[in-house]
Design a protein around this ligand. Sequence first.
Ligand SMILES: [Zn+2]
Length: 255
Amino acid sequence: MIWDTHAHLDDSQFNADREKVIERARQGEVTTIINIGASESTSRQSVNLAQKYPFIYATVGVHPHYAKDCSDETWARLSRLAQNPKVVAWGEIGLDYYRDLSPRDVQRKVFIRQLELADEMGLPVVIHDRDAHGDILEIIKKHTPQAGGVFHSYSGSWEMAKELLSLGFYLSFSGPLTFKNNRKTAEVAANVPEDRFVVETDCPYLTPEPYRGKRNEPLYAWQVLNKIAELKGLSPEETASLAVENSKRLFGITK
Ligand SMILES: [Zn+2]
């Protein structure tokens, strides 16, 4: 069995068959799902899903795309929401210089604010980094939360990965690892220590091979897990049990 540590099951792409998608994951031995908040409303929806299903956990936080919409009231409401016992991390937060949907200075300010909030609440963070490696590294070095965190769908170099690992962070791999031309991420997955990686889908986005082009779902976390096993020269069973242990440690889930 494995976990999908980063899903967006609240996405409207699942409105027609959400129950079936969740059932397929469970039947296929994806036993636990962390549903990720990306705005105030999707954070609330994540907590609602986590209330409904014992094997779904939630995170709350604001993605850099929506940084420009945040105010002090946002932080007050999200902090209250984060007190729910099914909330296991703060995120996804970070910087996105690829789409630049919020001004970069606002993204940085909102990222730092949320790193502080996570730390106040004793929660690990889920970090989104798209084409912003340098600034992320600079900020995270100064504001490392005590409970650590994970770089989701890690896309940086092995050089940067070593710095993040030395700060205590985990690296999460997703669909792009399975793409033929992705040598950079393959190098990271091959070298990441056995106690520092987790598996995710980021569904409905980032669909792995051989399903590329279709909607992604938690069951396909297996494609990512199998690719990590292949790159590390471990059996899928061994790799799965490492990934689950790492996920439990990262999110402080003891069951
Ligand atoms: Zn995501």
